[in-house]
Design a protein around this ligand. Structure first.
Ligand SMILES: *[C@@H]1O[C@H](CO)[C@@H](O)[C@H](O)[C@H]1NC(C)=O
Ligand SMILES: *[C@@H]1O[C@H](CO)[C@@H](O)[C@H](O)[C@H]1NC(C)=O
Ligand SMILES: *[C@@H]1O[C@H](CO)[C@@H](O)[C@H](O)[C@H]1NC(C)=O
Ligand SMILES: *[C@@H]1O[C@H](CO)[C@@H](O)[C@H](O)[C@H]1NC(C)=O
Ligand SMILES: *[C@@H]1O[C@H](CO)[C@@H](O)[C@H](O)[C@H]1NC(C)=O
Length: 357
């Protein structure tokens, strides 16, 4: 059989080799709804497809079935079954024909949920003409869409003095008496909608001189290339401070894809690896050198991508076979090798050279 196999493989060409046309994607599943995970392979038949969850072969039956095209159907996604098990986990499909087995990427399947707010907005008193910052936080999967209400009515975001940052931050600049009221957050995702407690914004009259102060500076942030980074900076003082940005390494921030949101928040669209760095927000008192600064580090990552794949080879017994694989990404990807779906550890006649061959 072995001799037959190594002669047959090169003759039949690419079609006999198992290859994925579609691998399962990371998904967020909704409770009590069906979930489909794709797995499409080509290669010489017969090919059998099995699925694993957290490394264990998935029993198929009424609850979960493998469709004719390899797709896994979970009829009714459950949060918790008998024995506290959930359907969430890491799924992979394995395709087997007579030459060997190929295992797909691991697809992370999470259950959608929206917990209670982990932090609620807090009441504040702000001088007329000053700035207010209200925040709330909720850790939903998928990330919740947060909007605000003032006195139980949707907050109009047409007013340029109101800036809504993602992740539940509201800035109000040039505060007026009419801004006073009760504010709360509304969080929505596919699982639920929730309301935060209410916080009161009161506006006081004083107009005395105040040194610039940064109410909130940029957070350290890690994003992937092509995503958008928003670095927060909101400063208060009288007269109103001027906010500006620079990079700690002295390089220019540039203009392409750069926008200022509200009075001082920096938005970087379609981020590239070159955008990684430490960003400095400065708040200056107009016409003086008096200033405050705050820093935050932005890290832009690039998911791994293959540059070179292992190629199929046929060798007589006693010969050597060399497979090479390289991938790019930031940080540097870590490579592992599998043989017939099982982790291959170098030993005996299997050697790993240069970390990739
Ligand atoms: C899914 O399971 C839940 C809880 O086990 C049950 O209440 C619901 O009726 C089921 N839905 C369907 C469509 O089977
Ligand atoms: C497999 O079949 C199911 C049900 O017909 C369909 O929803 C799914 O999209 C198919 N998957 C692929 C990869 O064609
Ligand atoms: C189920 O949950 C209980 C309490 O949370 C725990 O003690 C038990 O080990 C769990 N059983 C399984 C099968 O995970
Ligand atoms: C969030 O909600 C607002 C208001 O309903 C809507 O305009 C916006 O498209 C939503 N954003 C997302 C990402 O769902
Ligand atoms: C950001 O990261 C730096 C180290 O890179 C750390 O010193 C600093 O405390 C962090 N800032 C915040 C707000 O977490």
């Amino acid at each position: 059989i072995n001799v037959f196999a190594w002669i047959l493989v090169p003759c039949v060409g690419g079609a006999s080799e198992l290859a994925f046309l579609k691998e399962p994607n990371d998904v967020i599943a909704v409770r009590d709804r069906p979930l489909l995970l794709d797995c499409q392979v080509e290669g010489e038949g017969p090919i059998s497809i099995t699925w694993r969850r957290n490394g264990v072969t998935l029993p198929t039956g009424v609850r979960a079935v493998v469709l004719g095209n390899g797709t896994l159907l979970i009829r009714n996604f459950s949060k918790r079954r008998e024995s506290n098990e959930t359907d969430a986990g890491e799924y992979e499909c394995a395709a087997q024909n007579r030459y060997g087995m190929l295992v797909s990427r691991k697809a992370r399947v999470q259950l959608a949920f929206l917990p209670k707010f982990s932090s609620h907005p807090e009441s504040v008193a702000v001088d007329e003409g000053g700035v207010a910052r209200l925040t709330c936080q909720v850790n939903g999967i998928p990330e919740a869409n947060i909007t605000w209400q003032k006195d139980r009515l949707p907050l109009s975001t047409d007013d340029p003095r109101y800036t809504l940052l993602p992740n539940g931050i509201l800035h109000i600049t040039g505060v007026r008496r009419t801004d006073s009221g009760f504010f709360r957050c509304v969080a929505t995702n596919i699982a639920n909608t929730r309301y935060s407690h209410e916080a009161q914004l009161s506006v006081t009259g004083s107009k005395i001189y105040k040194e610039p102060v940064i109410l909130s500076g940029p957070q350290n942030l890690t994003i992937n290339v092509h995503q958008t980074a928003i670095l927060e900076c909101i400063a208060t003082g009288n007269p109103r401070p001027i906010v500006s940005w620079s990079r700690l390494d002295g390089r220019s921030i540039g203009v392409e894809g750069i926008q200022v949101l509200g009075t001082g928040n920096l938005m970087i669209s379609d981020a590239t690896l070159q955008h990684s760095g430490v960003y400095v927000c400065s708040a200056n008192r107009p016409g003086s050198r008096a200033r405050r600064t705050a820093l935050g580090r932005l890290v832009v990552q690039a998911p791994p991508e293959f540059v070179q794949w292992p190629q199929s080879v046929s060798r007589p017994a006693g010969g050597s076979a060399v497979f090479s694989c390289t991938a790019s990404g930031a940080p540097e990807p870590h490579l592992i090798w599998l043989k017939n779906g099982k982790l291959l550890t170098p030993s005996g006649n299997v050697k790993l050279t240069n970390g990739n061959t």
